[in-house]
Design a protein around this ligand. Structure first.
Ligand code: FAD
Length: 447
């Protein structure tokens, strides 16, 4: 499939598709395109297995694992996650949600995974399918050629070598490094949301028993919310997603001390961690949400976090990244094999890329609102709204499950209840406006 006639620059190697980054998006698209016979080179700056935050997957991920041929391997490292538990200091009970009660009852569980193991399964799968996978190799420059003739890509190996590729197509799957959109200056901070996170891994935490052991728990507290994600090997990932002003309040405390002090503000979580020991470094990261003006252009696409990042409250990141890779692979394959179909394929790709972040964001913006908290803590099923919400929580938003009218009904009820409690709603709206304000120098990285 290579364009052998192409005149490459100095000793450039040739490929059809060059993928920047071997996270879930990059490894998935590489496997799919290599499987279709395209010459794919995947460059990853790290060496797998490598740490990555984001351990909770969604039921909608499962059919993607099947299609990719990694279902058994993911099962072997995954902790079964059958639902989610919400714990609120403003309510006297905790609330469980079971994916089995979603609209489509055929996807009742997902997995919690250590990302070092999960991401390694995906990148090795790409190599097994025929992609040329090169780790410890950071892409440093991409030059697009005139007349849509492809691109010249430069990369530095950790051992000091520099290498050049000539490729027909570039996939940016560099995650929150957002390689191409930084270059094109198309990345836009989402003015409607802003948060930061601090997290670590613990052993000897108090988990639930039986089928509930692997459920994710979300604890609301005054400055945001915590996640509690039980992993298969007995370790539990705990993290706080907080407003930027709160992260800034760390002052001179170490990140670890700040994390412990933050956990102490949430008594039900502190209780579950009372005998726990920290088994990792505590890390902090800026979570600010962004999207890029374009998801594709001449000879390139942006996948996963390289296109958009939304708050992790619904554990949607890996699903959105892998789904974008499936859609991207279709469009790139059309471009390489059936150019007459590629315009429509890229338009469809763009639509899908915007759909996920948009649908989740409506809920993300309101998840700390008292009306939304009440509706989550006392769920009811008028117009099958609860089933539709569960489908959304399961990530079932790209297929044919007919949840949209019911989600609309849920939103109407939300606005109605907000109007009925106008004073409370206005106070919450004002508080949120100041919560999401940008705070300079909050002492966190953006990775
Ligand atoms: C605090 C927090 C909690 C989260 N929790 C969850 C969760 O529970 N569930 C969930 O699904 N998602 C979660 N996410 C989101 C999730 O981690 C991401 O959405 C997901 O990893 C995106 O996959 P990706 O392949 O697009 O990017 P990544 O997984 O970030 O992969 C990008 C890869 O590109 C490589 N790279 C970058 N630049 C270059 C370069 N120049 N050259 C070569 N390689 C490069 C990187 O090393 C990396 O391996 C969370 C995110 C945060 C910040």
């Amino acid at each position: 499939m290579l364009d052998q006639g192409a005149q490459s620059s100095v000793d450039a190697k040739n490929c059809d598709v060059l993928v920047i980054g071997g996270g879930p998006a990059g490894s998935t698209v590489s496997a799919l395109l290599a499987d279709r016979g395209h010459a794919v080179t995947l460059l990853e700056k790290a060496q797998h297995p490598r740490f990555h935050i984001g351990e909770s997957l969604l039921p909608a991920n499962m059919k993607l694992f099947e299609k990719l041929g990694v279902a058994e391997k993911v099962q072997s490292i995954g902790m079964e996650k059958w639902g989610a538990e919400f714990v609120s200091p403003w309510h006297d009970h905790s609330q469980d949600f079971k994916f089995a009660e979603a609209w489509d009852k055929s996807m009742p569980f997902a997995y919690q995974v250590r990302r070092s193991e999960f991401d390694e399964i995906l990148i090795r799968n790409a190599a097994d399918k025929g992609a040329n996978v090169i780790e410890n190799c950071r892409v440093t420059d991409v030059d697009f050629l005139p007349n849509e003739e492809g691109a010249i890509v430069q990369a530095h190996h950790d051992d000091g070598r520099t290498e050049t590729w000539r490729t027909r197509f570039v996939v940016d799957a560099s995650g929150r490094s957002t390689f191409l959109s930084n270059r094109f200056k198309t990345k836009r901070r989402n003015a409607r949301h802003n948060s930061a996170a601090v997290y670590g891994h613990f052993k000897d935490v108090q988990r639930h028993n039986g089928q509930k052991e692997g459920d994710i728990t979300l604890f609301w507290f005054d400055h945001g919310w915590f996640w509690f994600i039980p992993l298969k090997d007995g370790v539990t990932s705990v993290g706080a997603t907080v407003w930027p002003y709160y992260m800034k309040s760390r002052g001179k405390r170490s990140v670890e001390q700040f994390f412990y002090d933050t956990i102490a503000m949430c008594p039900p979580l502190a209780e579950r961690l009372k005998d726990a020991q920290l088994v990792s470094e505590v890390e902090a990261t800026g979570n600010f949400s962004y999207t890029c003006g374009r998801s594709y252009g001449p000879n390139y696409v942006l996948l996963g976090d390289a296109f958009a990042f939304i708050d992790p409250v619904f554990s949607s990141g890996v699903l959105l990244a892998m789904n974008s890779a499936f859609e991207g692979a279709e469009a790139i394959d059309a471009y390489l094999c059936h150019p007459e179909k590629s315009a429509a394929a890229f338009r469809r790709f763009d639509k899908v890329m915007r759909h996920g972040p948009k649908e989740f964001s409506w809920f993300i913006y309101r998840i700390t609102n008292p009306t939304m908290r009440d509706m989550f803590m006392r769920p009811s099923n008028p117009f099958r709204a609860k089933e539709a919400i569960l489908s959304m929580l399961a990530g079932d938003i790209f297929g044919k499950t007919p949840i949209w009218r019911s989600l609309f009904a849920f939103k109407v009820i939300y606005y109605f209840v907000s109007m009925m409690n106008l004073k409370r709603s206005l106070a919450a709206w004002r508080r949120r406006k100041s919560n999401i304000m940008v705070v300079e120098d909050s002492g966190v990285t953006s990775q």
